[in-house]
Design a protein around this ligand. Structure first.
Ligand code: ADP
Ligand code: MG
Length: 693
């Protein structure tokens, strides 16, 4: 055992005060749950307690990369060692751990990946699963895996930390064989009152939560900063949904030249130097307050020092699977009440504080109490894909905290088969392995893989990014016609996907030519929601990076509608339909009900009225979504040549032969072939000839 430096604990932290009790619990139990308010010292102090208990190799996981690194730095500093020595960290692309490392910070994703070559987790004697309340899919996988591993690793200690949200669920999950729950230690320290002020951006919010306008968000922030400038001095933490919003807010604040104000962004892809400025509380001469613009990383993972005021934009990017649309999206959504309260709480750590919410109290009251765990927000095809890739065994036997619904599992497996992700024996095919590398909806992932073959990756990535977010095209009630006219400039008569691509190309071009404020004005004039446009670009950039990593570079712009549509079709094989001729004829007669399509397994659907294809329906379409409202509607559609599906579907197609007979002239057997996919006719009465071999 190496010689330990003398370890001391910051006396003001609740975890320091409870450290004997915590140490006893860890010594006496295999699993301990530590719950406590943010800033209690769980993350920074627990590993030190473990070290003093003689634990030799502590794996300490964080949901976010930026947190793993800053926390490793902080612990190394507190212990007084060089980073990478006794205390190290590993995140994707960076490994700052060595043979001497006894506390290794890492993202939970790194630990999950280590399982594939170290199934017993033999290199650790202690795992600290931090921020378990986040309940990402990764955390749920680790919780399940650890539960199964514990009896086979009696020497392994597990410490699960959580904000004060429902720690008992973890305690029950890790109950011992006789049903005794794991011990829960509460370590919340004192907090100060925070005054909540509601400063909504828009007077009315419609039932879909819409009504936000870009102008208002940044104005709201500026108004909030003005209001707070009149209060006692103190630093401000502003919560925003993502990198682009942060950069835009930064521009807006700088443009105002607020005297004595320093603006600091905080998001995942910042350099280490930029991150350090957050924790460096010394200030340049003349600086009276700091304004930190952060994503929800500052909600519970990272405690920004010196905060007395919070401005909460009220949103975050939350990946979500649409129960109706069956598509995984990355929408920016209102955060839950728990998150909003957590955010407000950041203002009350060292003294009284104020939190300004840029939404109304009614809006807050309507929000869900908690964010659902990711497993309930994710399509089970994606969960299955990850489990197969990580070799976690049968999903039905896996000890989940909350097991997924069996019917969803069946549908998920079905979809994977449709996408060609499975081998005959139910394992992952090569396509499946590649899909698992793309953390997006598997249908979208399949499109991206196919785009490589067709040399249209850039185009498909732009379309997929567009499909992942809420449509940026706005149709305000009083200006609907104007808006439609403006959007019609991009409309392609045979493909809503190409319309989306035309819009993307237009925006990319104009953004290059214009200043950021002029671009913002352009968006408004063209009835495009600026924030969503920025979100689109954000998602595109993320996808582009992910695709590049698996050998699919975006490439140069290319005009190849067929190539694009064939790529898209690879992910939508069960969402094609052929025009029902009878309905088309009767529709013309009556001039009422729009034409009907017959889709997979006999479903009937119509093209959504907003589509460019609704008026003149082609003979066959594919749809990005089938959504049930008053009837089943296909949303975002394109005309296709159904014959494309024959090759893409491979073994999924069914072939029937009719009227085989001998034709003397040919000297061969001849017949007619019918090809169907999920019951949709792709080819009818194709003449085939069998020659003697
Ligand atoms: P918890 O995990 O319970 O939220 P932490 O262990 O993260 O608490 O934080 C405990 C204290 O350490 C907080 O007061 C926080 O401000 C401080 N702290 C954490 N990381 C840093 C850092 N990199 N620089 C300065 N202070 C830090
Ligand atoms: Mg923490």
């Amino acid at each position: 055992m190496s010689v330990l430096p003398r370890i001391s604990y910051p006396p003001e932290l609740p975890v320091s005060a409870a450290r004997d009790e915590i140490a006893d619990a860890i010594r006496d139990h295999q699993v301990v749950i530590v719950a406590g308010a943010t800033g209690s010292g769980k993350t920074t102090q627990l590993p030190k307690i473990c070290l003093e208990l003689g634990r030799e190799s502590i794996g300490h996981t964080q949901p976010r990369r930026i947190a793993a690194r800053t926390i490793a730095e902080r612990i190394a500093e507190e212990v007084g060692v060089e980073l990478g020595d006794l205390v190290g960290y590993q995140v994707r692309f960076t490994d700052k751990a060595s043979a001497a490392t006894r506390i290794k910070l890492m993202t939970d994703g790194i630990l999950l990946n280590e399982l594939s070559h170290d199934r017993m987790l033999s290199r650790y004697d202690t795992i600290i699963l931090d921020e378990a309340h986040e309940r990402s899919l990764t955390i749920d996988f680790l919780l399940g895996y650890l539960k199964r591993l514990l009896p086979r690793r009696p020497d392994l200690k597990v410490i699960v930390t959580s904000a004060t949200i429902d720690p008992e669920s973890f305690a029950r999950h890790f109950a011992s064989a006789d049903g005794t729950p794991a011990p829960v230690l509460e370590v919340s320290g004192r907090t100060y009152p925070v005054e909540i002020r509601y400063r909504p951006l828009v007077a009315e919010v419609d039932e879909e939560g819409e009504g936000r306008e870009d102008r208002d968000l940044f104005d709201g922030i500026l108004a909030g900063l003005d209001e707070l400038a009149g209060e006692a001095p103190g630093d401000v933490l502003v919560f925003l949904s993502g990198e682009n919003e942060i950069r835009d807010a930064e521009d807006a604040i700088r443009a105002r030249n607020l005297p004595g104000t320093e603006v600091l962004p905080l998001y995942g892809r910042l350099s280490a130097a930029e991150q350090h400025r957050i924790f460096d509380t010394s200030r340049a001469p003349g600086i009276r307050r700091r304004v930190v613009l952060a994503t929800n990383v500052a909600e519970t993972s990272i405690t920004v020092p010196g905060i007395k005021y919070v401005v909460d934009g009220g949103t975050a990017r939350i990946s979500r699977y649409g129960a109706r649309s069956k598509v995984q999206r990355l929408p920016i959504e209102p955060v839950s009440q728990a998150s909003a309260n957590q955010r407000a709480g950041r203002a009350g750590r060292t003294s009284d504080g104020i939190a300004i919410r840029l939404y109304s109290e009614e809006d807050y009251e309507k929000r869900p109490a908690y964010t659902d765990p990711e497993i309930l927000r994710t399509g089970l095809s994606a969960v299955l894909l990850q489990m197969l890739d990580l070799d976690l065994g049968d999903i039905a036997d896996f000890p989940f905290l909350q097991p997924p619904d069996p019917r969803g599992i069946r549908d998920g497996r079905e979809l994977l088969r449709e996408l060609g992700a499975l081998t005959a024996d139910g394992g992952l095919s090569r396509t499946g392995r590649d899909l698992a590398r793309l953390p997006i909806d598997p249908r979208f992932g399949r499109m991206v893989l196919e785009s490589k073959r067709n040399g249209v990756a850039r185009e498909v990535l732009a379309i997929v990014a567009g499909l992942s977010i809420q449509d940026p095209r706005e149709r305000p009630l009083e200006k609907r016609e104007q808006a439609d006219q403006s959007h019609a400039r991009f409309a392609d008569p045979t493909s809503d996907f190409l319309s989306l691509l035309n819009l993307w190309n237009h925006l990319e071009q104009r953004q290059k030519e214009l200043s950021s404020s002029a671009f913002r004005r352009l968006c408004r004039a063209e009835f495009l929601n600026y924030l969503r446009v920025r979100e689109w670009q954000d998602v595109y950039r993320q996808l582009e990076r992910l695709a590049r990593r698996i050998g699919i570079p975006a490439g140069e712009p290319k005009v190849d509608p067929d190539g694009i549509h064939r790529s898209l079709l690879s992910g939508l094989l069960s969402q094609i339909g052929v025009l029902d001729q009878r309905s088309a004829a009767s529709g013309r007669d009556k001039g009422r009900r729009s034409a009907e399509f017959v889709g997979a397994r006999g479903v009937k659907f119509a093209v959504f009225p907003g589509s460019a294809l609704a008026k003149r329906p082609p003979s066959a379409v594919m749809a990005a979504e089938l959504v049930e409202t008053s009837r089943l509607f296909a949303r975002t559609v394109a005309a296709i040549d159904v014959a494309w599906a024959e090759r893409l579907a491979g073994d999924l197609v069914k072939r029937n032969y009719a009227e085989p007979h001998w034709e003397a002239k040919q000297g061969a057997a001849v017949g007619f072939e019918t090809v169907t996919l999920f019951g949709v006719p792709l080819v009818t009465r194709r003449r085939v000839q069998w020659s003697r071999v």
